[in-house]
Design a protein around this ligand. Sequence first.
Ligand code: GSH
Length: 345
Amino acid sequence: MNYFSRLPVRVCGIAGAALAMLMLSGSIGAAQTLAAIKQRGVVACGVSEGIYGFSIETPTGGAGSDVDLCRALAAAVFNAPAKVRYVPLNAAARFASLQSGAIDVLSRNSTWTMSREIELKLVFPAVTYYDGQGFLIRRSRNATSALELDNAKVCVQGGTTTELNLSDFFRTNNLKFERLAFTAAADAVKAYDAGRCDVFTSDVSQLYAERLALATPDDHVILPDIISKEPLGPAVRQGDEQWANIVKWTAFALINAEELGVSAKSIDQAVRSDKPEIRRLIGAEGNFGDQAGLTKDWVVRIIRSVGNYGEIFERNIGVESKLGIPRGLNHLWTNGGIVYAPPIR
Ligand SMILES: N[C@@H](CCC(=O)N[C@@H](CS)C(=O)NCC(=O)O)C(=O)O
């Protein structure tokens, strides 16, 4: 199944209830997730309801960098990147869905925070995109800084880190604002486009994406202010280290492959390489894939299916894509960015 299945998703912020259900059912314990995925035949991957560049529905399945991580996991487990069941989730529904076991992994522009790990009992195994919160406004407002937004009406999606950062920023700077919160991102964007708000605030990558959906995108600008840290990455439930490690090392393998120059284009040469680091990456030396519960050639499967981190970034998000976001912080550490993966050895 390689399309977004419209499972009925309850919008529910009560994490505790979902957790209690999970404990009673006892269906998800240590090292159960990979076995359940294999038995089911697909990875159940929670994605957004549609953020261009990250996760959108397409006639042939899904597209975007978060979708590519789902595909990479299916390639690692099944050698078949299409073996994913996509579950679109709005911001408020996403964590309860993960806790209840309805999805195996959440790959949906979600920020790694302390409370989401400690309170919601989740794990964010890796960062796949370093983002920050910003503001989208009408060009005609002629503002050059967020400090000029006193008394603005601000549209925001509820159930996000965005809401708290918004009030922190206005309070810290002694500015007043009126908040209009929406459950669905599409409604927040529609309200902004209809002029009900002066400002739409979100992670900057999502501002780029949502701007594409406005009636006249060129009439809107993103202010230069970045008011928060939003390290985005996949999340899994606590208590299953095997699966958490597979998600973590899949993300790290994509980054290590780029660093070593191993891409979808060069994978056939890479499998013949005599460089020790590449030989370990592709499984010609060592036993890392097997030890993780996969196969020796797990990285070869991943790279053939989705390419390396840089290829995923450029295809979906980068300056040559429709989104057109400069790579910035998301350059490899060897290239002036902060994207850094521990080595496979
Ligand atoms: N990174 C932030 C914000 C993520 C978020 O949900 N952003 C909205 C902004 S538009 C979104 O992606 N919504 C898409 C959806 O609900 O499907 C978080 O983890 O709370």
